[in-house]
Design a protein around this ligand. Structure first.
Ligand code: SF4
Ligand code: SF4
Length: 143
């Protein structure tokens, strides 16, 4: 029949027009990330960390640098904790090997920098800033 192809095409267009949309209006609408999503930066809970260094030891890319000191009681504690997102391959080994479960992904995947050094995160400073923002009631969350 003459025009059959045209009608078939229009039929497909109409069907797709009314079908539920698969695309999202990012960045206005943030995507719903799954529990197992790996992305963004490592978020540390410094108060839970026992400064064992297992996260750093298990990182195949050397993306985690931590410095420990001993307190008055001779107990090891964190003094610096840096995560290099530019060197991370999101293998999750650091998180899986943390005995305290005190590191996780912040899931804020859309970050960037003009220089590689902007991808190096001071996790203790970020955790302290987040706590201060929560105290003031203005914490930013994208999860
Ligand atoms: S996800 Fe893998 S590469 Fe990234 S910091 Fe953790 S262990 Fe290292
Ligand atoms: S593995 Fe966990 S507890 Fe140990 S130093 Fe890393 S973050 Fe801290």
């Amino acid at each position: 029949m003459y025009g059959k192809g045209l009608l078939t095409g229009l039929g497909i267009t109409l069907r797709e027009f009314f079908r539920k949309k698969a695309t999202e209006r990012y960045p206005e609408v943030r995507p719903k990330l799954t529990e197992r999503f790996r992305g963004g930066k490592l978020a540390l809970e410094p108060e839970k960390c026992i400064a064992c260094g297992l996260c750093s030891l298990n990182c195949p890319n050397g993306s985690i640098r931590l410095v420990t000191v001993k307190d008055e009681a001779g107990k090891r504690k964190l003094s610096e904790y840096e995560y290099d997102a530019g060197a991370c391959m999101y293998c999750n080994l650091c998180i899986e090997n943390c005995p305290q479960k005190c590191i996780r992904w912040d899931k804020k995947f859309d970050f960037a920098g003009y220089d590689r050094k902007h991808l190096i995160i001071d996790c203790i400073a970020v955790a302290n800033a987040k706590k201060a923002a929560e105290r003031e009631g203005g914490a930013e969350t994208h999860e």
